[in-house]
Design a protein around this ligand. Sequence first.
Ligand code: ATP
Ligand code: MG
Ligand code: ZN
Length: 682
Amino acid sequence: MTETVSDLLPILQRYFGFSDFREDQKPIVDSILEGRDMLAILKTSGGKSLCYQMPALHRGGTTLVISPLISLMKDQVDALVSKGIPAAFVNSNLEVHEAQARYRELADGRLRLFYVAPERFQDEGFLAALASSGVHTVAVDEAHCASQWGHDFRPHYSKLGASLSDLETRLGRRVQRLAFTATATERVREDICEILGLRQPVIHQRGFDRDNLTYAVIPSDKNRDQDIEGFLHEHPDDNTIIYCTTVKRVEALYTYLKGAGLSVSRYHGRLTPEEKNRVQDDFIASKTRILISTSAFGMGVDKADIRLVIHAQMPGSLEAWYQEAGRAGRDGLPAKAVLFYDPKDRNIHRFFIEMGAPSAEVMRALRPLIYQELVGGPQDLDFNWIAKISRAKLQPAQVASALNLMVGQGEVSRHGDNTFALAQWNLSANYDWVDDLRRNNWMKVNAMQQWCETTLCRRWTVLKYFGAKQAHTRCGTCDTCLAEALSKSKVGSTLPYVRPITLINFAKAISAVGQRWMAVLLGTLSTKELKPHEEPWHSRFAHYAVGDLERWRQRLIDQNLLSKDLQITSRGESWIDGTLEDSHLNDKLCQGPVTEKSSGGHGVPIEVLHKWRKATAYAEDVSEMSIATEAMLRKVHAASSFAQVDLLAAGVSGPWAKRYGAKLQDYVAKQLKKTGNEMGMI
Ligand SMILES: Nc1ncnc2c1ncn2[C@@H]1O[C@H](COP(=O)(O)OP(=O)(O)OP(=O)(O)O)[C@@H](O)[C@H]1O
Ligand SMILES: [Mg+2]
Ligand SMILES: [Zn+2]
């Protein structure tokens, strides 16, 4: 009888203290236990590592894990070892004798999990140890790196399939091949299966939606640094990553924000390994709150409580953006991903595409030169010199990329930073596909830019890009959905944009935790006081305004979709499964009793709020928009008073109410004194 995921529960409990696998993990683990080759696509923070670690522990023998991230291998292995799991890694940061000691452990079959980067397959010492280790499974993490068509191609990944076949020949038996990634379009999925040589693989495409994340794009072309600074001030307690596209930009923003008195650190590929480790460790341990980084930091980083990911520039693809945004909210609690957008960011990607993949024509011009250089044996290549003699007006970086592509094709091999040798030189290679690759990279930039400029739901748009099939629905929480709801100028009109599934969850949430949960949303009860079963409901709805939730609830009851005791009615069921006529329903729901009030009972004209905003922006030396957008000011205006609870009930965010509520009350009171007006409300 084949074993199933439930057989692993005792060790899951024992080593990790988790009571069960997540629903998305179960079928993945099951097919691993069946022994089949497999590709699993599971969202960022979905728990991919556990999917291969648990079967590895359960089965004994050795599982080899291939990961592109030298900097993270140590953390992952340390975490396993601290749980008493025999695991080790070898990477280029180790001394030779350290590596050899670990190879001996591997060869003796003492390790359940062994982590390496794909380059390791060129090390005979490793291969010999691996062959005698009794390895039965190879798990390739971040498998999208194998594909040229993905967003983070690593040439060494592209030879893994062949390396694994060599290993099997050496062992005289089959090794189970597993591949994991969070982001893969259909083309990349096909590529992974082919390149890694997966044999009739099971493909699991699990849930993609990170529903605790909210997305927003803020147009910002002139004063981006100041805009970002203002935004950071609005989120004073959030652990934050700010992604930039280039090292230069990281350094510039770092200098600016530091100069502005914020405590920030920075991370990019030009730091020394020691610096990188220190910065990474400090951030993971929350010793620093804000990290400015290139894409070098991120993939696979498992810091649970990042509340905010800011993109200071538009990334080159939705794959890259989704992976980076996915660093936020790994604990499942609400978190934000915000992109500061300037259409001119496109120019950076033009540069990257030019540098990253020379045209087919350039490739054809370069190949004879490279051949000549290498025909006498391995050589240290001088990219400047080759660029100069090529007469094709090339940059040295383009020569480096051309060589990368040729390594990927197996025509040359790399033996050090700049040392190359001829490998299987292909006389008839024409590299026409490189032009396709460039086109593909442009398509990715275009898709990213369209996403920035869309008025459709951003969540839906990104899911569709990754292959989701359903028709456009509004999530109700991203910036475009909120703008759309607001533009109807009826505060209560949000309901038609709430997905039926949200309705179910909402109803369940209210009946599960009721008043206590409302108290958390209102800020009168701390989240720490929630019981474990209440937590998920809170996190699912914490980014909705309490006032809106209460209005929705009332409307759901008015419409007989929910009963008075907050159970879903049969009419509600048919709304959820789509059999209740939508037009009929929406019309009625839209005629809500709540329309935007001219003033919220406090009688303060909106002009006073405008004046207050101006004065505050002046005092804090930031833009007026970073104090409050017009939409925010309207919400404030609609509140019945400026007390924190009333602001929250009107849909103003908690941090804003906390930061400005009292100040605004003061200001208004002073204004009133000046004008001699009497207003009992304030
Ligand atoms: N069954 C489970 N129960 C509770 N927590 C879990 C479970 N499985 C995984 N986790 C936790 O979820 C977090 C994310 O796991 P992991 O780092 O493996 O995600 P990932 O899918 O590799 O994400 P990424 O694509 O970002 O690398 C970890 O902190 C892990 O401990
Ligand atoms: Mg991972
Ligand atoms: Zn949306």
